[in-house]
Design a protein around this ligand. Sequence first.
Ligand code: ARG
Length: 458
Amino acid sequence: MADKMWAGRFTGELDAAADEFNSSLSVDCKMYEADIRGSMAHAAMLGQQGIISREDAASLIDGLGAILSDLKEGRLDFSAGGEDVHMFVEAELTKRLGEVGRRLHTARSRNDQVALDVRLHLRDAGMEILEKLKDLMATLADLAEEHADTVMPGYTHLQRAQPITYGHYLMAYAMMFQRDMERFIDALTRMNVSPLGSCALAGTTYPTDRGAVAKKLGMDGVTANSLDGVSDRDFAIELAAASAIAMMHLSRFSEEVVLYSSWEFKFLELDDAFSTGSSIMPQKKNPDMAELIRGKTGRAYGDLIILLTIMKGLPLAYNKDMQEDKEAIFDSLETLSKCLSIFPPMLKTAKVRKDNMRAAAAKGFINATDCADYLTAKGMAFRTAYKITGQLVARCISDGCELETLPLDVYREYSELFDEGIYEAIDLDRCVTRRTSEGGTSPASVLKQVALIRSFIG
Ligand code: ARG
């Protein structure tokens, strides 16, 4: 077993199982680029501040750059092992540079190092999520524009409620994803400050320039309290929460894709490229992708709970428990990212069965509100109009017809206010086009919503 970094204090060796148990390399090796970039900025600052010589700083930066490209290009891997990615990189650097490599860790602790690395790594992962959310919203905007007047039933309690358009329905999700983007942007902005220089917990006696390191790493400033700098993981929790909420939205949407592609609805037909067959039932075409997204939402919720639970009882400052944060937050963002890659093409390639949507909208008296509104427009109090319409619906059910086919003389048995105009008032397309209120389902209103989403994603 190689000498541990802390070998000076210890006479005995770590038990082999304990050594393996203690190691996070298999998880945090994903952050190697963030770790190396952070170390390069730190080395540059040490040189500029005269804490180490400029020549040593230059060798450290070169050595780190070489390790980075070797890892990227597969000339170096993590098989040598180590406690974590920070130890791995430092050990490799020292192997290559000798004594100079041992200067890198001046005025730094792994506690502030890891706090920095996770932020840098998650910043990239978060930016990738933002791009994918934008992609999804662009897909929704295009589809909504195309289907601004595609009539379908709108539901409450999963009972047919009022006619809406498919475009209106899609824009509802676009608005949710806009808020998801805002949550990510907010979390990413707040976490973009450098904890480096907090050192182990108390700061340092070296004349460091924390601001210079932060600036070099594209961060907006430095954390203001060193205990907090090394102990804070709320940035990961915020991202995991934003991720869990976005997954919840994707999951609801997926649930509807599953439902709408069933024979009972058949509003959507998924493309072969995004469906699977059954090993036994030859007729089956299963919406596995949507189901998996729905299922993976459980992982994202679990990841959030893991993080909250890890942190809830930790005394300040750093505790090794916090090493467990990475698996959860990486998994959360990777899960969301994978789902965001699958969902837009699945939706874009699905065939929209306008005929079935319209047929479903034509049944179930979803224009009953419009019938009541018709009477209200003629001066009747809404509650009275509501009651009469209810009686008319009951009459249609017993006569086996729809409001559209109920004869005018029957209407007039219930109220003298009815005339030929009722048929126009309850016409499906008119029910939709007249709902011009802001945010409503009329094609004009939907196109305004599309414009809002497009201007948000730029
Ligand atoms: N691998 C550790 C983690 O992820 C790095 C920090 C270790 N610090 C320490 N004092 N043991 O949390």
